[in-house]
Structures are given as structure tokens and as C-alpha cells.
Write a new protein. Structure first.
Length: 389
């Protein structure tokens, strides 16, 4: 594909400068990730609770449920998704796996991704200081991409990794004021802090590279959040010095996206007034669509938080998916709901029950569902499909 931008180079592989963001539960699995990889981009499987995508595993998880069983079944599901994505990618691009540090069993999912042949591990939702240890024995085969939001965190991760003789193969810089999901700010009010501005973070990161003697290493910087726009991509890659952009929501609503069509229509139909920031159960801000569930929750949030109490029985599924959970652990400043139940409902297209994460910015084709190829062509060339102009 012709494009005015330089390729993204990871592990000596020349790729288009597009990384597809990992979106769970089930929003980015083998279908979406392989479609992006076929365009020679980085397609990403979100590792969290993939058993929902496999009827046999979901059925088995309901018989004598336990944390150990959930973990085992989710590892089986992750292996299936990686295997299928790699086959469907037909040797093109890369298949990455996104693992959230906030997930209790993150180390197990990292190991499974490595064992199943993933090309890269992407880790955020917490400082991935020990990702090199988790991937020990696979450093020659698996690229490592930490997700961070500001230069201080980048400096901390680089110093820690350098002591182990490991460098990131790329760094994803996610802007909390634009991205969806779990945002790298301490509070909802902090998502607009100037320290997160892309141009500033890139400049400061280049200074970090210089101070650490890494100027010649050419670690690619990937900008994430609000980048589903050809002009923004051009600015990031041509003016700011980024090597690629990461796109989430715009790929989630493509024909190849792994979620139900009702999920896609909900994201596509969300006007600015319907997008709201709130504290998720993992202790990080999140950005979602105002559905019946989220509106009801926000109205009751203060009351629910005032009644917060630490009680393992409040984990309604017994999954204990997060290391820190506002509902289970009685943390009154953060979310008081089961995120696994709400995200799974969203993936199934249950608009009244689900929690729908969404980026803040407009999507390229309005309310139209287009293909991954059309999305990539627009992002890299500014070419709009005839019906979307």
C-alpha cells in the first residue's frame, strides 16, 4: 500500500505505522487482529476473559467455578485466538497480545501469549516494570511494547529494564484525555493535565533517551488516543517525530471487529454529550458511553461508594479478575460494579446492560461500519470511501 509515511520497524520487520489497540472483553480477538495484520499492521488481541468467545469454555466455567478454572479456561481461549489469528494473518504484519498489569493473572497470560506464538506483548494499566522477567526465555521471539502516558513513567521503565539488559521494541504513549478504557491518570480531573500532551511527551522522551545514552537505539514511539484522523496521523509522524499511531475505537466498529453489531452501533452513535469519564473498578479513570447502565450507575455512585466494604462475596462471579477491585476490596473512591459482567454484556450487544468504552474523538466514517482495509487506507492516505465522503 502506498503511503507518505515511513514504515514502523519492529524486530527488523517493516510494517505500516498502524498499531491496533487491544480492547476487551472480546472486542479485539482473532478476527480483528488478523484483519489488521493482513494489511501489514500490528493487530492486537486483548487477553482479558476470552472464555466468553468460546461456548464450550463458557459452559465449562459455570460448572464448579473457581479462580483456578477461570484462569485455565482463559489461557485455553487465548491460545485458540492467537493460533487462529496467526493463521488468518497469512504471514503478514504482527499479532500482539495486550495484557493489563491490573489483571490479577497478568503473568499467566503473558506466558501463555509467549507459548502460543504471539509476536509481541503490549502491557499497560500499570507500570510494566517486570515484563522482561515474565517473558524470560522468549526475548528473541517476542517484542515488548509498554504503554505509558508521560515521560516520567517512560524514564522509570527504561531504567529498570536497562538493568536487565532489555529495551522496549516500541513504546506506546497513550493520552488519557482522548483514549478509552483504563486511562493513565490518577483521577478523572487529571486526564487533561498538560504533562500528557503528545508533543511535550515526545520531546521529553527524546531527552530521556539522550540522558540514558539511547539516542542511537531508535526506539519507536507510538501515539495512542484521538489519532483516527489522517491530518492528526500526518502531524504525529511528520512533525512530532512519532513512528506510528495506535487506533482503538475506529477499528472496534469495523466489519471485522469481534463484538456484536449492537456494540458497534452504540459506539458509532455516541455523540460528545454521551461520552463521560468515570472511575473504573481498577482504580483508573475510564471513558464510556452513557447507556442506561452507566447513567444509572453514575446517579447512584455516591451512595454506592459510601456503602463500600471489603467483602470477597461482592465479587459476583468469583473471578477475582483484578489485583485491585473497588467493589470487592471496598475502595470507596473508585468503581462499585463488576466490570467483567458489564464488558461481557457490551460485547454481546446488550445495550441496556453493558459498559461501552469509547475514545473521545470523532470517528472517520460517521455512523457507518466500514472495513479494516478502508480504515487503514484512510488513516495512511486520507482516502475516504465514496459513500463516507
Amino acid at each position: 500500500m502506498h503511503t507518505p509515511f515511513d514504515p514502523l520497524i519492529i524486530r527488523n520487520k517493516s510494517l505500516i505505522p498502524i498499531v491496533q489497540g487491544g480492547m476487551g472483553i472480546g472486542v479485539s480477538a482473532s478476527g480483528l487482529s488478523s484483519a489488521v495484520a493482513r494489511e501489514n499492521g500490528v493487530g492486537t488481541i486483548a487477553s482479558v476473559d476470552l472464555r466468553h468467545l468460546h461456548e464450550d469454555l463458557l459452559a465449562e466455567s459455570k460448572i464448579n467455578p473457581s479462580e483456578e478454572k477461570y484462569t485455565r479456561l482463559n489461557r485455553i481461549a487465548l491460545d485458540r485466538e492467537i493460533t487462529k489469528a496467526k493463521a488468518d494473518a497469512q504471514g503478514n504484519g504482527m499479532i500482539a497480545v495486550n495484557v493489563m498489569k491490573a489483571v490479577k493473572d497478568h503473568a499467566a497470560y503473558v506466558r501463555q501469549a509467549c507459548e502460543s506464538g504471539a509476536d509481541a506483548i503490549v502491557m499497560g494499566a500499570g507500570l510494566p516494570l517486570d515484563l522482561p522477567e515474565m517473558t524470560e526465555g522468549y526475548h528473541k521471539d517476542v517484542a515488548l511494547l509498554p504503554i505509558l502516558s508521560e515521560s516520567r513513567g517512560i524514564n522509570i521503565v527504561l531504567k529498570r529494564w536497562m538493568k536487565k539488559g532489555i529495551l522496549p521494541d516500541a513504546i506506546v504513549i497513550e493520552h488519557p484525555a482522548h483514549a478509552a478504557g483504563h486511562l493513565g491518570a490518577a483521577s478523572v480531573n487529571g486526564v487533561n493535565d498538560a504533562k500528557f500532551e503528545f508533543k511535550r511527551v515526545i520531546e521529553e522522551t527524546f531527552e530521556v533517551f539522550k540522558n540514558l545514552g539511547l539516542e542511537s537505539e531508535k526506539i519507536p514511539l507510538v501515539l495512542a488516543g484521538g489519532m483516527a484522523n489522517f491530518e492528526k496521523v500526518s502531524t504525529a509522524l511528520k512533525s512530532w517525530g512519532a513512528s506510528a499511531v495506535q487506533i482503538g475505537t475506529a477499528f472496534a466498529v469495523t466489519k471485522e471487529g469481534d463484538a456484536h453489531d449492537n456494540f458497534k452501533k452504540t459506539l458509532l452513535g455516541a455523540t460528545t454529550e454521551k461520552i463521560v469519564e468515570f472511575m473504573s473498578v481498577a482504580g483508573l479513570p475510564a471513558r464510556g458511553v452513557r447507556t442506561r447502565f452507566l447513567d444509572s450507575y453514575i446517579k447512584r455512585e455516591s451512595k454506592l461508594q459510601s456503602a463500600a466494604k471489603a467483602d470477597p462475596r461482592r465479587c459476583t462471579q468469583g473471578l477475582n479478575c483484578l489485583s485491585t477491585c473497588g467493589l470487592r476490596d471496598g475502595l470507596d473512591k473508585i468503581g462499585q460494579f463488576c466490570i467483567d459482567i458489564q464488558l461481557a454484556a457490551a460485547w454481546r450487544g446488550e445495550v441496556d446492560k453493558g459498559l461501552f468504552f469509547r475514545g473521545k474523538d470523532p470517528l472517520p466514517f460517521g455512523q457507518t461500519i466500514r472495513t479494516v482495509r478502508e480504515t487503514v487506507q484512510y488513516l495512511l492516505n486520507g482516502t475516504m470511501p465514496a459513500a463516507a465522503k
